[in-house]
Design a protein around this ligand. Structure first.
Ligand code: NAD
Ligand code: MG
Length: 383
């Protein structure tokens, strides 16, 4: 049966790759809504090609441009309210949540309460509010399907297994562009170097998160909530080839891994076609030409963000939201070349140290914590 998709963040890296996947299955999927933040030109191209019923934009100028240039009859909605509106509509079966950052939180919650199937790329949502989201997922009996390659891998390894027979989740990390860079050189790395990820082409924010290993920290928290495994039983191993996307170790010592070439279209397609699988033309792993696969312990001294994430989830409450907000501010400043690379973990640590943690926060308390952390960091100079 044809499934209708609302694609949040269609102009981004996951968004455009989702459209590539959808284009290959015209009988299975139809795009009913697209949303984009600033790149109205690309959004307009996508609207012309995929002919959604509606589109969400984020400025009055973009509303005007869409109304003028989109195919007649395309509904144009504005801002977060527009996102909250479309995800609940009858003509949406699947919501692909691929906004970046905290902005994904409310639309994802709205999609869950409207009982939509969700393909979740936006990991920040679970990082800041996993404690609220997972009970909602249970309550509304929705499928929350991971798009993140590590979580898709674990999800696939867990198929047919009993949760109480899992000993450990092992998340693989590429190690990013500075895997072998000495500590003394890290503060001076340039934006251009940090944006050059060895294996994946992604949006700017997650690319910087991969360079600091904050991305892996966020993923540890994401895995904790998605699979109900405590952080002490989640390990990170650096695997520079990014062929093994993650692993699960069971009580009998057996380990299952999921492998594939590093291409996000594979986990995107799996989330869309789950519980089935569909043929694809993606390149395949050719083991003889791989030569070798290597594994290393992550260096938590050179990459303190990983440890900060373990600390944040151990504290729980509003601490992960503080960590996430501080990281978003710091990464934005690094992208604007206002701070150095090691200032990112410094800012995150400083915000976490200044925070009085609040246990079992409500959604509103999480939202307030997020805004307060951003305000605090914007008012402070990096020490
Ligand atoms: P991106 O920056 O390329 O795209 C983000 C999308 O969200 C864009 O369409 C943008 O217009 C929209 N957006 C940004 N800010 C917004 C706001 N305030 N309000 C509304 N819309 C907004 O990001 P991405 O790399 O596609 O990542 C998206 C999410 O997926 C992130 O949470 C990331 O961690 C996760 N993820 C990405 C990859 C990847 O390969 N890119 C892999 C795994 C997980
Ligand atoms: Mg990932």
């Amino acid at each position: 049966m044809l499934k209708n998709i609302a694609l949040l963040g269609s102009t981004g890296s996951i968004g455009t790759q989702t459209l590539d996947v959808v284009a290959g299955f015209p009988k299975d999927f139809r795009i009913t809504y697209l949303t984009g933040h600033t790149n109205t030109t690309l959004l307009l191209e996508q609207v012309r090609r995929f002919r959604p019923r509606g589109v969400v934009v984020f400025s009055d100028a973009a509303v005007k441009e869409m109304k003028k240039n989109a195919p007649p009859g395309t509904e144009v909605l504005l801002g977060e309210q527009g996102l909250l509106d479309i995800v609940q509509r009858q003509d949406v079966d699947i919501v692909v949540s691929s906004l970046v950052g905290f902005a994904g939180l409310r639309p994802t919650i709205a999609a869950i309460t409207a009982k939509k199937k969700i393909a979740l790329a936006n990991k920040e949502t679970l990082v800041v509010a996993g404690e609220i989201i997972m009970p909602l997922v249970d309550k509304h009996h929705v499928d929350l399907l991971p798009v993140d390659s590590e979580h898709s891998a674990i999800f696939q390894c867990l198929a047919g297994e009993l949760p109480n027979k899992v000993d450990k989740l092992i998340l693989t990390a590429s190690g990013g562009p500075f895997r072998t860079k000495p500590m003394a050189e890290l503060q001076q790395v340039t934006l251009e170097q940090a944006l050059k990820h060895p294996n994946w082409s992604m949006g700017n924010k997650i690319t910087i998160d991969s360079a600091t290993l904050m991305n892996k920290g966020l993923e540890v928290i994401e895995a904790h909530w998605l699979f109900g495994v405590p952080p002490e039983r989640i390990e990170v191993v650096v695997h520079p080839q990014s062929i093994i996307h993650s692993m699960v170790e069971f009580v009998d010592g057996s380990v299952k891994a999921q492998l594939g070439i590093p291409d996000m279209k594979i986990p995107i397609q799996y989330a869309l076609t789950y519980p089935s699988r569909s043929p694809s033309r993606f390149p395949r792993v050719h083991f003889p030409s791989l030569g070798e696969m290597t594994f290393f312990e992550p260096d938590r001294e050179r990459f303190p963000c990983l440890q900060l994430a373990f600390d944040a989830i151990k504290e729980g409450g509003t601490m992960p939201a503080v960590m996430n907000a501080a990281n978003e501010v710091a990464v934005a400043q690094f992208l604007q070349q206002k701070i150095g690379f090691l200032d990112i973990p410094r800012m995150v640590r400083s915000a976490m140290e200044q925070h009085s943690n609040l246990a079992n926060p409500s959604l509103e308390e999480i939202v307030t914590t997020d805004s307060e952390t951003r305000a605090l960091l914007q008012s402070q100079k990096v020490s």
